[in-house]
Design a protein around this ligand. Structure first.
Ligand code: SF4
Ligand code: SF4
Length: 311
């Protein structure tokens, strides 16, 4: 947009507390979607806000030209928000706003009107390093820099096998990771509600076992509106299997066996065999040895062997 004269940056707060969240208990273990994925997809939410802003501007200046952007990669949302004084780049990698904390969606709009620039805010993490110390995988390397390959948020969105060293660290996270925001003292006491963010506890903290065999149609109708579903059901199902292993949920063994034997997707099958070994150890060695003889895929066999090594 060659005639752009200003960038308007917006930050919209989102909730981080789930009222009446169902308990995760033995026989009914649950996973969790990251908070940025709660409610309607944030792309739509931000677009709706930016559309309102655009209408507001055009009502006053009919010849105004506006170009809204949400997560397009054309501009760095974070840098723009920082320059606009919406917050500073905190050590956990998020833009930290004084009132909203780091629980914000960021968007921006180019306009052909001159606006007075706001002043950037000063970094106030000071010598705090809580988020860096509490990150389960050591993905935060300081000064807000992130080693994305180690970050659980990134790992949960991949489609392949999760490296052994991260399998337990993912815990019960189905999509994303909120740890470095949850532990931040600056986020304490902040919980912004929005009318258009519906909190659905049964969907945002779902039972794990039904996810293992959910159909494409049911996945779409139940989870399709969440930003966390953008990679489809496979990563979520793989993460659900890892979560069952994390909980050592022996009530899920029959479901895991069903997936291991019948699912045609190699990563899902292999992860299910691994989980059976982790949960049951010696008790399912016979099953695993038998399946080792039957299965032909090398990756699957490798994960069965790992299961046979567990006592
Ligand atoms: S999202 Fe999770 S894994 Fe990623 S940097 Fe934050 S705490 Fe670490
Ligand atoms: S936990 Fe501490 S270092 Fe990390 S973002 Fe919050 S204030 Fe900054």
């Amino acid at each position: 947009m060659p005639n752009a004269q200003s960038i308007i940056a917006i930050a919209v707060g989102y909730p981080n507390k789930l009222k009446d969240a169902p308990a995760s208990k033995r026989g009914a273990r649950r996973g969790i979607f990251a908070r940025a994925s709660w409610g309607i997809d944030y792309h739509s939410l931000l677009r709706n806000r930016l559309n309102l802003l655009e209408a507001f501007i055009k009502e006053r200046v009919p010849e105004a030209e506006c170009l809204s952007m949400v997560d397009t990669g054309v501009l760095s949302d974070r840098s723009v928000a920082e320059r606009a004084g919406l917050g500073y780049s905190a050590k956990n990698g998020f833009v930290l706003n004084e009132n909203l904390g780091t629980w914000t969606y960021l968007g921006e709009m180019l306009v052909n009107l001159p606006f007075e620039p706001d002043t950037p805010v000063v970094d106030s993490c000071y010598d705090c390093t809580i988020c860096i110390d509490k990150c389960p995988t050591g993905a935060l390397v300081g000064n807000g820099q992130l080693d994305s390959k180690k970050c659980i948020s990134f790992l949960t969105q991949t489609k392949g096998m999760i490296a052994d060293e991260y399998r337990y660290k993912i815990g019960n996270r189905l999509y994303g990771c909120d740890t470095c925001q949850q532990v931040c003292p600056k986020n304490k006491g902040i919980n912004v509600l929005q009318d258009d963010i519906q909190l659905e506890p049964e969907i945002l903290k779902p039972l794990l076992r039904p996810l293992l065999t959910i159909s494409n149609k049911d996945f779409k109708s139940t989870y399709g509106h969440l930003a966390g579903s953008w990679r489809g059901k496979k990563p979520i199902q793989r993460n659900a299997i890892l979560a069952l292993a994390h909980f050592k949920d022996d009530t899920a063994i029959e479901d895991l066996k069903h997936v291991a034997i019948n699912d045609v997707r190699i990563e899902i099958k292999a992860t299910a065999y691994w989980a059976i070994g982790q949960i049951m150890g010696d008790a399912e060695k016979g099953f695993l040895m038998n399946r080792y003889e039957i299965e032909s895929d090398e990756l699957v066999k490798e994960e069965i062997l790992k299961g046979l090594e567990v006592n």
